[in-house]
Ligand binder design. Structure first.
Ligand SMILES: [Ca+2]
Ligand SMILES: [Ca+2]
Length: 334
């Protein structure tokens, strides 16, 4: 196939990222089996780019001036606030391009984003997942088309603040890193090692979860009445949070006392939760109940308040001496 740039300008060719690809949104693919470029009186101030298809065929095209850029990355966390571990935010990314060209443009360009190295699902501003192309075994998101002149795109991705003290959000365009494996040569020579203006990185501080536990007996002096063989002292175990998060956090609560350990897994939001540890006491003595709370799957900011204990002194009421009024009975509590 011969390539006539004037004809290309008339018909509005768009060059695609590699032939032999599969795409969720078919775009016009220009198959270029041999060199093509300017001729006649056209002149260009740019340089030549190359792209190869799955058969290794190299196609050449002229890139007069091409610059992709990641303009802005807004993590979606309210100004001045830390992200809250476990909470989901919507990040907004602005990409731009400048393409000084005589034909309609490139049909698409690859973009990618990650959070602490984990790839994200990228959508348009309406939440619709962006189209992807598969090329040489990798699948990546594309923006399309790349117009001549200036182009801008706004995309979004949801991310959940991780169980860590910070999250690193990155978004990039036209760099062979992450999922992208086909790129256009740019005037600024952006590469993964030197991404120039093609990459935006934002570090977001994350407010971790802080669970706490408190153990308390309602009385320090528990008395078993003279006519009962046992009493049932009860410790109150309160699990609460000192962070301001409202998202559900799983926790494991271990309560230990005379009745042996009791373990349970529950979920807490911003409301404290109260549990009771009751045990039969037949003998006088000092009884202790301990409790330990552990967040499951999220990081704790302060482990010093995750354990607590309390004790109660149990006494046995002596039987009433003969002759005294025996109408009063039952447990005496101070
Ligand atoms: Ca660039
Ligand atoms: Ca804690």
């Amino acid at each position: 196939m011969s390539f006539d740039p004037l004809d290309a300008r008339r018909t509005g060719y768009a060059i695609s990222l590699g032939s032999g690809r599969t795409s969720s949104s078919p775009a016009p693919v220009l198959k270029y089996g041999y060199a093509m470029g300017c001729s006649g009186g056209l002149s260009f101030a740019g340089f030549w780019g190359a792209s190869s298809d799955t058969q290794g065929t190299v196609g050449w095209f002229i890139v007069p001036g091409l610059d992709f850029k990641a303009v802005k990355l807004d993590p979606g966390v309210p100004e001045g606030e830390k992200a809250k571990s476990g909470q989901t935010y919507t990040a907004t990314v602005e990409f731009g391009s400048f393409f000084d060209t005589w034909f309609s443009g490139l049909s698409e360009v690859g973009i990618d984003a990650d959070v602490n190295g984990q790839p994200t699902v990228i959508t348009d501003v309406y939440g619709q997942e962006l189209p992807k192309v598969s090329y040489n075994g990798k699948t990546f998101y594309v923006l399309s088309p790349v117009p001549s002149g200036d182009g801008t795109w706004t995309v979004k991705f949801n991310w959940t603040a991780p169980a860590a003290d910070k999250a690193v959000l990155r978004a990039w365009i036209n760099l062979e890193m992450g999922r992208i494996n086909a790129t256009w040569p740019e005037t600024d020579g952006a590469t993964p090692e030197d991404p120039k203006n093609n990459l935006k990185e934002v570090e977001v501080p994350v407010e971790g979860v802080d669970l706490a536990v408190n153990v308390a007996f309602p009385t320090k002096n528990y008395v078993i009445s003279w006519n009962n063989s046992a009493g049932f002292p009860t410790a109150m175990v309160k699990v609460f949070r000192t962070d301001n998060g409202t998202e559900p956090v799983k926790f494991r609560l271990t309560m230990t006392g005379p009745e042996g350990p009791k373990v349970m897994e529950m979920t807490i939001t911003d409301k404290p939760q109260v549990f009771f540890y009751s045990f039969p006491a037949t003998k006088a003595g000092k009884y202790t109940v301990e409790a330990r709370v552990e967040a499951v799957g999220v990081q704790e900011t302060d482990l010093s308040n995750n354990a607590g204990s309390d004790w109660t002194e149990v006494a046995k009421q002596p039987p009433p001496s003969p002759g005294k009024e025996s109408g009063k009975h039952g447990e005496l509590r101070s």
